[in-house]
Design a protein around this ligand. Sequence first.
Ligand SMILES: NC(=O)c1ccc[n+]([C@@H]2O[C@H](COP(=O)([O-])OP(=O)(O)OC[C@H]3O[C@@H](n4cnc5c(N)ncnc54)[C@H](OP(=O)(O)O)[C@@H]3O)[C@@H](O)[C@H]2O)c1
Length: 278
Amino acid sequence: MLGTDLVDEFRSQKSEVRNQIIPTDIQNLDITSSDSVQKFVDLKPDLIIHLAAYTDVDACELNPHKAKQINSLGTKNVALACQKLDIPILYISTDYIFDGTKPAPYVEWDTPNPINIYGKTKLEGELWVKKLLKKFWIIRTSGLYGKHGKNFVSAIFEKAKKENTIKIVNDQIGSPTYTKDIAYAIQKLIITSKFGIYHITNSGWCSWYEFATTIIKIAGLQRQNTGLKILPITSHYLKRPAKRPRNFRLSNFMWNRIFGKPLRPWEKALNEFIRNNK
Ligand SMILES: NC(=O)c1ccc[n+]([C@@H]2O[C@H](COP(=O)([O-])OP(=O)(O)OC[C@H]3O[C@@H](n4cnc5c(N)ncnc54)[C@H](OP(=O)(O)O)[C@@H]3O)[C@@H](O)[C@H]2O)c1
């Protein structure tokens, strides 16, 4: 999902990145194979942007070995290959490395304490990058949606077609983020060469329930399904395999310090996404 939008962003006329982009996927580069990674890194790119991950949070909980192989050891393979040739990495991490108990947004230097396997293995990925490399960006982002993958927005569209009552949790709060906006932020950041850890999301926050009601309102889904109702529930009611942090708000402290202003509010980004992809 993010990879496809990132390639489009880099190749767009307005992009400030003028380098050649070489997109890959699991068919031609499996990060769990160090040989496969090495062959690719031997092309000596100026930078590797590492987005590959086992991203299904509940599936990670049920398949912890696979999650470790891809998210943790796969990232170790990428970092080791980059170490040999002194190639910087930009690694995408997640809000789920935090436990969600902080009563305020998480800043870049807060102590991680993941509560599910996805978060734990993505944090291990971060630790490999930090341990093996001097030149790296770790970007933690949150609640991504975009036109190329399954995500919360596409799930609400699907549900609204088939169901009259949609139940959504009201006790997990964070910042939904449009892949196009994080892609824009990534290209701004890499041309600064200011390495480090960054939290980058659209600005403002909401619960998943508020997010769902806003999607329905902007897309006018109640005009297509007049009986559509959306009900707030608590996480306890859902009983999913993986626990989720209640507070996944990320303060974009470092981004704001460098660029002086936050990314646009989540409502504005969502509005553009729905208008362009309805
Ligand atoms: N989605 C979110 O809300 C969110 C939030 C925070 C951070 N992130 C991070 O953002 C990054 C991009 O995620 P996304 O949302 O764009 O999800 P995505 O569409 O699932 O992208 C992950 C990609 O990694 C590929 N992959 C899986 N195993 C691989 C392997 N062994 N070798 C090479 N590629 C492999 C997947 O291929 P297959 O589809 O064929 O398995 C998929 O194309 C990930 O690192 C994720 O952890 C996502």
